[in-house]
Design a protein around this ligand. Structure first.
Ligand code: FES
Ligand code: FE2
Length: 450
């Protein structure tokens, strides 16, 4: 079979989670061509600030140069290729190579060559040896993305309707959002796609994978919700949005009946900002939000979650979480976790937000431990040479026509979030690129906010 078949039924080859040849093709056909997230702007707020990251698996330095511009530089000396910077983060105007001492400004230009007159001559042209850098770097809502493909569309075109949802998550506060602490990193023995798929909108796994979290009260209980307003309707209701190009979103709403928009979990002094900075349709996404999460193809996901009674009844908080996955091999992924919160909230609320994050969706949070165990076991189950010859199914939601939601939300939006449509959208984009079809499935650029 081909790696993905859509007829007569939707079937996916199990090889895509553990085959090293497929992994190498992904690096060339997907990670070399896609816009990839590298850092949050707040991590490099001052000239000289830098963090070291990967673009796909290539190591890069993300730095703010002396003029305030953001640079993404291949973390490898132009002389003999030594890794230039070994720290996770810091502040410096120059990077000096540990092997022979070539020195680069944080703009990437080669400034110093050790013993230059003697070894290379006085006329040696240093301008030929700036650090390599990707041709495209851009920022959207504080998210720094870069792309190695000179032919790539602009970041806004690439994001398409997803820009509107990212603005809802990250663009609703006057002073933006900031990191909670510093990013954490974990190595997991799983394929990078498993988490991308899950966060693309897998509402189906929650009641089973996270059953213990329900028992422990880590999801909103009826008594938590009754403190917020009139509880109505089904316990939870959700929607999914297919934003094209493999980007998808899932939005789950608290079952509350509120006459006015309500942004539970955020301090009430910030509510006016949220309503002012978002469009009415974006307010509809945000009001009474339980959890919203999505994946920007291929390896960036975000999640905005509501935590009730963090350290006592009625003491609710919310946080935003980003995860980024480096595809180190077919069965080894490095995950980087970024916790975010609005600037300007009280210290006490920030403490609640941090506790809620650490307990649930932080790197050692209960939801993450539950989820990662499944992702690891998917790769483990196909270690054998026979099991990987079979396929698996993603037919959830194909049996009936999902009701399109007429809400003015961009993308292809349907009611109901226990479906596999977002995972199919992610994998179909993956398949298009693996088959050598880089054209964008969705080239519509929409206005992304006020
Ligand atoms: S390898 Fe960097 S200076 Fe020689
Ligand atoms: Fe989960």
């Amino acid at each position: 079979m081909s790696l993905i078949e859509t007829a007569p039924r939707f079937a996916v080859s199990r090889r895509i989670y553990n085959d090293e040849n497929i992994h190498h093709a992904e690096l060339e056909r997907i990670f070399r061509r896609s816009w990839l997230f590298v850092a949050h702007e707040s991590e490099i707020a001052e000239p000289g600030d830098y963090v070291t990251r990967r673009l796909g698996i290539d190591r890069v330095i993300v730095t703010r140069d002396e003029e305030g511009g953001i640079r993404v530089l291949l973390n490898s000396c132009r002389h003999r290729g030594t890794r230039l910077c070994r720290a996770d983060r810091g502040n410096t105007s120059h990077f000096r190579c540990s092997y022979h001492g070539w020195t680069y400004a944080n703009s990437g230009e080669l400034r110093g060559v050790t013993f230059q007159p003697e070894v290379y001559g006085r006329d040696f042209d240093k301008s030929r040896f700036s650090l390599f850098s990707p041709p495209h770097v851009d920022i959207f809502q504080g998210l720094v993305f870069a792309c190695w493909d000179p032919e790539a569309p602009s970041l806004l075109e690439y994001l398409g309707p997803m820009a509107w949802y990212l603005t809802t998550v990250l663009g609703k506060f006057d002073d933006g959002v900031e990191l909670i602490g510093v990013p954490a990193r974990t190595l997991i023995h799983a394929n990078w796609k498993s988490e991308s798929e899950n966060l693309s909108g897998d509402g189906y796994h929650t009641p089973v994978t996270h059953a213990t979290a329900f028992e422990l009260g880590l999801f909103a209980t009826k008594s938590d919700l009754e403190l917020l307003g009139e509880v109505s309707g089904p316990r939870f209701t959700g929607r999914t949005a297919d934003c094209g190009n493999g980007h998808t979103m899932r939005i789950q709403r608290l079952p509350l009946n509120t006459p006015r928009p309500a942004f539970h979990g955020y301090p009430e002094e910030l509510w006016e900002q949220i309503e002012r900075n978002l469009t009415p349709a974006q307010v509809e996404v945000q009001s009474c939000l339980s959890v919203g999460h999505g994946t920007v193809f291929p390896n960036f996901s975000f999640l905005e979650n509501f935590k009730t009674s963090v350290d006592g009844p009625g003491r609710h908080a919310r946080y935003i979480r980003i995860t980024l996955r480096y595809p180190l091999s077919a069965t080894l992924t490095e995950v980087v976790w970024f916790g975010l919160r609005p600037r300007g909230a009280s210290e006490e609320w920030q403490r609640l937000s941090r506790l809620g994050y650490l307990r649930t969706n932080g790197p050692a949070g209960m939801f993450e431990v539950d989820d990662l165990e499944n992702f690891v076991s998917i790769s483990q189950a196909h270690e054998g040479n026979v099991s990987r010859d079979f396929d698996f199914t993603l037919e959830g939601g194909l049996h009936g026509q999902a009701a399109p939601a007429a809400l003015g939300w961009p993308g292809d939006v349907v009611d109901g979030d226990r479906t596999e449509r977002t995972i199919r959208a992610f994998l179909l984009r993956w398949h298009d690129l693996m088959e050598g079809n880089p054209s964008q499935s969705q080239s519509v650029t929409v206005s992304h906010g006020r």
